[in-house]
Ligand binder design. Structure first.
Ligand code: GPP
Ligand code: MG
Length: 291
């Protein structure tokens, strides 16, 4: 007997587990001023931290309203610098290329990559609210034909195999199993494509996860991986590191400034500072080639 092959659309489920549904709930209700007030400045909404020297003179501003504005602006500048650093590692992209933003949040990183490289971007988030927000931003900016956000799971995007010249996770790897994540990146990337992550990881040389790392996990409902896990999992999925950069020193000024911003703090600032200073936690960039 022969049966005709009838292709059926595979249902794509944005969340795969109760855990992922709880994480989606977090992002569907999240409205931290530290994200929204910074994003409002130039409509680039980031969900990651900052890097680089901070202009601490903003703290000496005598006018309280102006002080808040300058602090907000300075933190945004440092977050933007982080997004630009990541985008600068995506390789030589052309406007015809397509890139994938895994765990895209409110969409800032994809816009930064598009503005820098002219490329098409696909972002995936398990938060319907974030995807809607990000698509609306792209529409307002007039780039919705090239910058798209999808309410999908980054572990099972349904996007086309081998269609991507580059892909990244900007502080979103701690929500997923790395083997599942890198399998999907390896599937989506063409051979010779570039994968980049900036992430917080715990330091194997310190030992196991410190109290501060555990507090960060509880704060965001995530599960921070050890540094070693990244390289093991990448090696299993044809992702070969080409550049590794410890950004721990570079992110300290951001956290020092953020801890002084009474109008923006979320309560996790001192924990990050302690975790970085006691050596248990690292802020790391890894760029890898898909071979
Ligand atoms: C920042 O998002 C990143 C995360 C929540 C993932 C956890 C990251 C680690 C490095 C552990 P955000 O910008 O929404 O956070 P916040 O509201 O604190 O600024
Ligand atoms: Mg933030």
């Amino acid at each position: 007997m022969t049966t005709a092959h009838v292709p059926t659309a595979r249902p794509l489920m944005p969340t795969h587990s109760t855990y992922q549904a709880r994480v989606a709930d977090y992002w569907n209700t999240e409205e931290n001023p530290v994200n929204l007030e910074l994003g409002k400045i130039d409509d680039l909404y980031h969900h990651h931290y900052g890097i680089g020297e901070a202009d601490r003179s903003v703290l000496d501003e005598p006018d309280p309203v102006r002080r808040r504005e300058r602090l907000t602006g300075e933190l945004h500048r440092l977050e933007h610098a982080q997004a630009e650093l990541l985008a600068s590692h995506l390789g030589a992209l052309t406007p015809g290329d397509r890139v994938f933003d895994a765990g895209c949040g409110r969409g800032g990183g994809s816009v930064v990559a598009h503005l820098r490289h002219g490329c098409h971007t696909d972002g995936a988030t398990i938060s319907a609210k974030q995807a809607d927000f990000a698509n609306e931003q792209a529409r307002k900016r007039g780039i919705a034909d090239k910058v798209r956000y999808h309410h999908r799971n980054m572990l099972d995007t349904g996007f086309a195999t081998g269609a991507y010249a580059a892909s990244w996770n900007n502080e979103s790897t701690m929500y997923v199993e790395l083997d599942l994540l890198f399998a999907e990146h390896a599937r989506l990337l063409r051979r010779g494509g570039r994968y980049v992550t900036i992430t917080g990881c715990y330091n194997d040389a310190y030992g196991r996860a410190s109290r501060e790392v555990s507090l960060i996990n509880a704060h965001y409902i995530c599960d921070i991986h050890p540094r070693s896990a990244y390289f093991r999992a990448m090696a299993r999925h044809r992702l070969v590191p080409v550049h590794v950069q410890d950004l721990t020193e570079a992110t300290l000024p951001y956290w020092e400034l953020r801890s002084q911003a009474d109008h923006l703090v979320t309560g996790i600032e001192e924990t990050f500072l302690t975790a970085y200073r006691n050596g248990s936690f690292q802020y790391l960039l890894i760029a890898a080639d898909r071979i």
